[in-house]
Design a protein around this ligand. Structure first.
Ligand code: PHE
Length: 427
C-alpha cells in the first residue's frame, strides 16, 4: 500500500502540487479539461507547473529524461475522462471535499497500477456550488465539452435528481456515490448508485428507535427537500408498523437558524425520540437548541448528518443521538483497514463515509471499463449493470434491476462529541 502511494506521488507531482489545495480544485481541473477537439495538453512534459516547479528548479538537472515510471499520467491525451461533480463550495462544501478526496485517491491508485485498458483515468472536476441549477450546467459541460465517459455525482438527492435525467437523456452512465432517495435511479438505466436507499435507512432507524424501547416519536423535516420528505414519510410508516406512535410533526426550511417554535411544540407532545432526517448544519443547530430548551430525548437521524462539520457545530450538545451511515473507519475488515491506512497517509485523517463511497464509485467504473473492453459510455453502462461481487470498502455491491445495491447500514452514536460505531444492520 505504502509503496503504491509513493509511486503515485512521484508519477503525478505536477497534478498533485497544482491540485493539492482543495481551494484550487475547480481552477486546476478546468485546465486539463481541453480533452477533445483542440490539440490536447500542451506537451507530455510536466513543464506545466511553472509556479511550484520554480522552487525546485535550481536542483533539477536540465535533463529531458522523464521519471522511469511506466505509469500513464492524467496528461496522456488518451486518458479516459471521468466527470466528477460535487458541492465544492456553498453550504455543503464539506460533502464535496470528503467526496473528492476519495475520488482522487482511487484514481491515483488505479493510474499507478497502469490505468485501465492501457490509459490513465482523468478526473474532470466540477463544482456544483451546492446548487441544482449549477448542477445542470456542469453536467452538461462535462458531457459536451469534456466528453466524459461516465459521471460521478452528486452527493445530495435534490441535485442528483437534476443530474440523473440529463445523464439518462445523453446516454452517459452516472453513479451517485451517496444520493439515497428512491427516485434518483428511477431516471433510467444509465443511473446507478453506490449507496443504499432511503427506504432501507428509514426502516433501519425506525427499527432502531423501537429497539431502544421508545414508543412515541416526533418528526422534524424540511418539506422543500425531497430527501427530508421521503425519509419522514418512510420513517412514519415503518415506525407505526412497528407499533410506535407519531406524536408530533414539524417542519423547517433549509437555511433556517432558529427552530425554537417547532421545538417548543414538539416538547409539548412529549416524544421519547425525535426523528430528524436532515443535513448536518440544520441537524446540529436543531439539537443544540433542543438541549437548551431542556429537551433531553435522543434524536435520531440519517446519513445527511455525516460530516465532521456536524461535530464542529454541535459539540457535545449532540450527544445522546444516533444516525444511520454507510461506512465506519473502525471496521476490522482487512480491505477497510488497508483503505483507512492509505487514506490516512495521504490526508492525515480517517476516511469519512463520503470519501469511502466515492472511492468505491471510481473503482466500480474502473472495473466495468475493464470488462467493457472499451471506453465507450454505452458499453460501460452495460458492464456496470452487470456488476456482481464487487468488493468495495463500503461493502459488496451487485446492482439489482433498478441499479441499486443491497448494502448494510451502520448505526453511529454520538458520544462525548464524537462519532462512535454502534452496529451494522444487514438488509
Ligand atoms: N444521502 C444524502 C442525500 O441523498 C447525501 C449524503 C450521503 C450526505 C452521505 C452525507 C453523507 O441527499
Amino acid at each position: 500500500m505504502l509503496i503504491t502511494l509513493r509511486r503515485v506521488r512521484l508519477s503525478a507531482p505536477f497534478l498533485g502540487v497544482l491540485c493539492a489545495a482543495g481551494l484550487l480544485l475547480t481552477g486546476c481541473d478546468k485546465k486539463p479539461a481541453p480533452a477533445p477537439g483542440a490539440s490536447p495538453t500542451p506537451a507530455a512534459q510536466p513543464s506545466a507547473t511553472a509556479a511550484p516547479a520554480a522552487s525546485v528548479a535550481p536542483t533539477v538537472a536540465p535533463t529531458p529524461t522523464p521519471l522511469p515510471t511506466p505509469s500513464p499520467t492524467p496528461e496522456d491525451p488518451l486518458a479516459t475522462p471521468i466527470g466528477f461533480f460535487a458541492p465544492l463550495s456553498g453550504p455543503q462544501a464539506s460533502f464535496g471535499s470528503d467526496s473528492i478526496n476519495g475520488a482522487r485517491l482511487a484514481v491515483e491508485e488505479i493510474n499507478a497500477a497502469g490505468g485501465i485498458l492501457g490509459h490513465p483515468l482523468k478526473l474532470v472536476v466540477k463544482d456544483t456550488q451546492s446548487l441544482p441549477d449549477e448542477t445542470a450546467t456542469v453536467v452538461n459541460e462535462l458531457i459536451d465539452k469534456d466528453k466524459v465517459v461516465a459521471l460521478i455525482g452528486e452527493i445530495a438527492t435534490d441535485r442528483s435528481l437534476v443530474a440523473a435525467p440529463i445523464a439518462q437523456a445523453r446516454g452517459v452512465p452516472m453513479i451517485t456515490p451517496a444520493s439515497t432517495h428512491q427516485l434518483v435511479t428511477a431516471a433510467g438505466n444509465f443511473v446507478f448508485r453506490a449507496c443504499y436507499t432511503d427506504s432501507f435507512q428509514a426502516e433501519v432507524m425506525a427499527k432502531f428507535a423501537r429497539s431502544i424501547d421508545v414508543e412515541k416519536a416526533a418528526v422534524l423535516f424540511d418539506p422543500t427537500n425531497p430527501y427530508g420528505i421521503g425519509l419522514a414519510e418512510i420513517f412514519k410508516r415503518d415506525f407505526q408498523a412497528h407499533h410506535g406512535t407519531i406524536v408530533a410533526e414539524q417542519t423547517y426550511r433549509a437555511g433556517d437558524t432558529d427552530f425554537t417554535s417547532q421545538l417548543t411544540l414538539i416538547k409539548g407532545a412529549n416524544p421519547e425520540v425525535i426523528f430528524l432526517p436532515s443535513y448536518f448544519a440544520e441537524a446540529a443547530l436543531v439539537i443544540k437548541q433542543a438541549r437548551a430548551l431542556g429537551i433531553d430525548t435522543p434524536f435520531i437521524g440519517t446519513d445527511g448528518w455525516d460530516s465532521p462539520e456536524f461535530l464542529r457545530i454541535g459539540g457535545t450538545a449532540v450527544d445522546n443521538s444516533y444516525f444511520s451511515s454507510h461506512f465506519s473507519a473502525e471496521s476490522q475488515d482487512p480491505k477497510v483497514a488497508g483503505f483507512v491506512a492509505t487514506y490516512g497517509t495521504k490526508y492525515n485523517a480517517p476516511p469519512p463515509p463520503l470519501a469511502a463511497l466515492t472511492y468505491d464509485s471510481v473503482y466500480l467504473i474502473a472495473e466495468a471499463l475493464k470488462r467493457a473492453g472499451q471506453a465507450n459510455p454505452a458499453a460501460l453502462r452495460d458492464a456496470l449493470a452487470a456488476t456482481k461481487d464487487f468488493v468495495g470498502v463500503t461493502g459488496k455491491i451487485a446492482f439489482d434491476q433498478d441499479r441499486n445495491p443491497r448494502k448494510s447500514a451502520v448505526v453511529i452514536r454520538l458520544q462525548d462529541g464524537k462519532f462512535t460505531y454502534l452496529e451494522t444492520v444487514q438488509p
